[in-house]
Write a protein that binds this ligand. Structure first.
Ligand SMILES: Nc1ncnc2c1ncn2[C@@H]1O[C@H](COP(=O)(O)OP(=O)(O)OP(=O)(O)O)[C@@H](O)[C@H]1O
Ligand SMILES: [Mg+2]
Length: 235
């Protein structure tokens, strides 16, 4: 099967999100129609405040749209109960947050292990090995016992990436995963993403401000004022 006939693994239809702040109404996402195929690697670019993170939260089922739908495969996640949506996210989606959201009292390894526990991993030996392997992929094998405050921002970001990869989710949503990394480290993360994408057909949706990083994806979506204004690349 070529990429062209692959079914959409993610689809948004007329997606809108507004925040009502009393007198002010912020229209963060204003009518986004987007289809992403299984195994596609898509980057999202756009100025600060244009709605990139909001779009990713909507797609990941972290927040509910004001209007419109998000489909993961054939499932409209906006029609699921909170617990069904949480289960779907746990089983199918990995998320790298712009602000990492690491647990400050847990080591790098502990943060990854916690994600495994939430997913119901029982075998401690297997989990420990898996967590160390993930930390190795992001270049943190020698720092797995450090807590977030004992790591640089870029290293914390890499812990957040390792955590998102627990269970090898078929969809990875990453909010500026290389935002705090220098060129060498950014490229290292991109190679991890590219190998997940190529070897495991993982579908990746990644926000970035870096045009060189963005250009490594199959497709780049440009946003402005809550809308898609341009799409570059294949399909
Ligand atoms: N919880 C919220 N309540 C009110 N307004 C919000 C909320 N979250 C986001 N916004 C607003 O929605 C708009 C889009 O925010 P969003 O975080 O999606 O932007 P972004 O493109 O990710 O920006 P950046 O590149 O700075 O991360 C902004 O105007 C922001 O202030
Ligand atoms: Mg953002």
């Amino acid at each position: 099967m070529t990429m062209d006939d692959a079914p959409s693994i993610l689809r948004t239809v007329g997606l809108e999100k507004s925040y009502d702040l009393g007198r002010i109404k912020v229209r963060a996402v204003c009518g986004i129609d987007l289809a992403i195929k299984k195994g596609e690697f898509v980057s999202i670019m756009g100025p600060s405040g244009c709605g990139k993170s909001t779009l990713l939260y909507l797609i990941g089922g972290m927040t509910n749209p004001t209007r419109g739908s998000v489909f993961v495969g054939d499932t409209d996640i906006t029609h699921l109960s909170d617990s069904e949506r949480t289960a779907l996210r746990r089983e199918r989606i990995g998320f790298v947050f712009q602000r990492f959201n690491l647990f400050p009292t847990l080591s790098a390894l502990g943060n990854v292990r916690l994600a495994q526990e939430i997913q119901g991993w029982k075998d401690r030996k297997e989990a420990g090995e898996g967590a160390r392997e993930l930390l190795g992929w992001v270049g943190l094998a020698d720092k797995d016992s450090r807590r977030p405050y004992e790591l640089s921002i870029g290293e914390q970001q890499r812990v957040a990436i390792a955590r998102a990869l627990v269970g090898m989710p078929e969809i990875l949503l990453a909010d500026e995963p290389t935002g705090n990394l220098d060129t060498d480290n950014s490229l290292q993360i991109m190679r991890v993403f590219e190998s997940l994408n190529e070897k495991h057909s993982q579908t990746i949706l990644m926000i970035t401000h870096n045009p060189e990083i963005a250009a490594r994806a199959d497709r780049t979506i440009h946003m402005r004022d809550g809308r898609i204004v341009d799409v570059e690349g294949k399909s």
